[in-house]
Design a protein around this ligand. Sequence first.
Ligand SMILES: Cc1cc2nc3c(=O)[nH]c(=O)nc-3n(C[C@H](O)[C@H](O)[C@H](O)COP(=O)(O)OP(=O)(O)OC[C@H]3O[C@@H](n4cnc5c(N)ncnc54)[C@H](O)[C@@H]3O)c2cc1C
Length: 423
Amino acid sequence: MERYDLAVIGAGIFGLASAYHYVRRAGGKVVVLDALSGPGQGNTGRSVGGYRKGIFTSNLNRLLSESTVAFFEDLQRSGVDLGMHPIGYLILLDSEALESNSAAIEEFVRKGNARVMGADELGSMVPWMKLRFGDDEEAQLLGMRDVEAAVFSPSSGYLDVEKLVAHYYRDLLDKGVEFRFGTTVKRLRLSPVISIGHPREPLAWQAKRVGAIETDNGDVSAENVVVAAGAWVNQLLDPLGIDSHVKPKKRQVFSVEARGELAKFFDVDGFNGHRSMPMTFVPRGPYVAPRVRERALWLGYSDDVGRPWGIDFTPEESFYYDNIYPMVSKIFPVLKDVRPTSMWAGCYSINTIDENPIVFRSMNMVVATGGSGSGVMKCDAIGRAVTSLLLGEEEFVLYTGERVPVSWLGIRGRRAEPESFVF
Ligand SMILES: Cc1cc2nc3c(=O)[nH]c(=O)nc-3n(C[C@H](O)[C@H](O)[C@H](O)COP(=O)(O)OP(=O)(O)OC[C@H]3O[C@@H](n4cnc5c(N)ncnc54)[C@H](O)[C@@H]3O)c2cc1C
């Protein structure tokens, strides 16, 4: 059985960022195992790659994402093309959303991270957008009220996740990290730390460790193991009696080509240097994410109650027609009769208490999961937290220099306030 200093299970963005920081700090013989055929082919590859800067209320969200985005920005500035497009986030607000978020919005504006646009200003910048629904019965049925204002966050945007994955992958190969793709981990086999040669070891009273990683391509053994298996994490942890505190939930994205009238999304002055509409969020509804290079619009909607937990990668075309289309076509009438040209589904791994990632240590294993809908924009911070836990440190240092106790991301000592600015 081949022995490593570190085995990382999962070549998604959490596994890659973990290996990236570990090899930089500790070196050694590292292997990354993944069931799929290449890096970032799980939920990372299904991500929209949106990042939010300066518009989180939760301290932990702010620390994890802002430091990670600062890392992306510096990387991009240094010449690594991550396909970053700071086209901005435009969060539309009806009277209810405006009132319930007023304190948060005031704070974002005070810090200079966002500005509030009134409906008149928005209407004059984007005259083809509909903000008032008058006595439109269909809009009322959809629960849509007049848009009173919008929060515009100019430094938020999106990046090309494939490019970020490629950067990590190349770097890790250069550093001598081994990758084994098409390798499914079937079971983590426990061993006693000190064996007494009993046939049913490890016994309840014995200190334990992950002694072997059983895969469909033979066993692997490592001094330390990182489980970064995303939405599949429970398949590995449940048999060990360890709770990951996350559950998977399906999320879908529908892409439309921005032809004809839809070209208007890329002909708007005043938001960003690309003359593109920002990523736009409908109150309690779907979002529209313009893709500048692809000249496409990506549309999605994070449905909650009624959407079962579970792993499911089948996109439902009817979800677009029943849920996304009716709302977005009210706000953007140019979307009328527009059909998606492609669609895909992935799974968020959601920590059901605060929706922030979970990173904890058990035995010689560190678990990093719960990326939910913001794992990409937090990956650098998570890689640092994992590495600090592996090295026995109580704090990790963010890219931007702040020190954060690793326990804040764990189960005991967790300090992850739920986000209150949700859209
Ligand atoms: C539709 C969608 C849109 C999203 N949009 C955004 C966004 O705009 N911004 C943002 O920041 N985040 C977004 N996210 C969330 C983000 O993609 C995730 O939080 C992040 O990719 C999670 O990374 P991960 O490494 O934990 O999981 P994954 O990328 O899923 O990686 C886990 C890996 O583990 C492997 N694996 C699992 N079990 C085993 C096993 N037993 N043996 C071997 N390998 C195994 C899998 O093959 C997989 O490659 C989105 C997610 C989805 C689904």
